[in-house]
Design a protein around this ligand. Structure first.
Ligand code: SF4
Ligand code: SF4
Length: 272
């Protein structure tokens, strides 16, 4: 396993028995043609995405291509290698997961769970995506140490709450608002203008001392995918110049172009 992950520049991973993961959606496993009862282990791993970047109007996670495409390609490369080495079935998941990823990742020793519910990794802070490989092979065969970690919590310093627009302004999460469809109320427009985001919000992450430590240490992702095709600041021109195929490969595309164009118009007065 070490070699498979090393060849992909993935440094943070851990193995758990599947019984240690809260499985909320067995149907997601079953869609891949394996019964949930057959799953015996979970390999949790982290996909770091942080790159030191100019300031912009797009959340840091959405500046490169959508990580779902990265994970799909990664799974295509590595799942056959796991099956060849260990036998059994290996199934890859990212985001649409049958288990509670941040809790399982913490139990696998990959970080602490922050008050903002994000996983904070010691090296990369919260600028990581969590992904996992579920397998019909036992955790022991995959190198499970025999110890399930506690779900570690952060130090509850409160900095994320102090920096959070939702708490400061008594509104909904800014990230959720930027992704909402439809027309905004005047209050929502003023809220969006105050923080200047076209998509997402990183303020709770940027305020966290654990993430600040990672930024101060100049820790950037070793993964090329997250260095390429970056957009820090979205404009109407950039949006309109993208082909449909290019747009679909962006994390900010899943609600279509309309919410982005609305946000751009509110912030900069651009017309569609
Ligand atoms: S994403 Fe922004 S608004 Fe949402 S919880 Fe974090 S800081 Fe608050
Ligand atoms: S800012 Fe403080 S309370 Fe919030 S997640 Fe980070 S360590 Fe925990």
């Amino acid at each position: 396993m070490k070699t498979i992950f090393e060849n992909e520049k993935i440094e943070c991973y851990g193995v758990l028995p599947f019984s240690a993961c809260k499985c909320r959606r067995p149907d997601i496993i079953e869609r891949k043609g394996v019964r949930a009862e057959e799953i015996r282990s979970a390999i949790l791993f982290l996909v770091p995405y942080y790159i030191k970047d100019e300031s912009g109007n797009i959340s840091l996670y959405a500046r490169s291509g959508d990580y779902h495409f990265y994970c799909d390609a990664l799974f295509e490369r590595i799942l056959p290698l796991f099956e060849e080495k260990y036998g059994g079935r290996f199934l890859g998941f990212a985001d649409k997961s049958p288990i509670e990823e941040n809790i399982a990742a913490s139990k696998a020793g990959l970080g602490v769970v922050g008050d903002n519910y994000m996983l904070m990794n010691e090296k990369y802070g919260s600028f990581v995506f969590i992904a996992e490989i579920l397998s019909t092979v036992s955790a022991e065969t995959l190198g499970f140490s025999g110890e399930i970690g506690e779900i570690s919590a952060c130090m509850h310093c409160g900095a994320c709450k102090k920096a959070c627009p939702m708490v400061i302004d008594g509104m909904e999460c800014l990230s959720a608002l930027t992704q909402k469809k439809g027309k905004f109320t005047e209050r929502e427009e003023a809220y969006l203008r105050k923080y200047g985001s076209v998509w997402g919000c990183d303020l709770c992450q940027l305020a966290c001392p654990l993430t600040k430590k990672a930024i101060a240490a100049d820790i950037e992702t070793p993964l090329d995918f997250f260095r390429e095709n970056r957009i820090s600041t979205l404009t109407v021109e950039k949006l309109n110049a993208m082909s449909d195929e290019e747009f679909k490969k962006r994390a900010f595309s899943w609600r279509g172009k309309a919410p982005l164009l609305r946000n751009l118009e509110i912030l900069y007065g651009n017309k569609e």
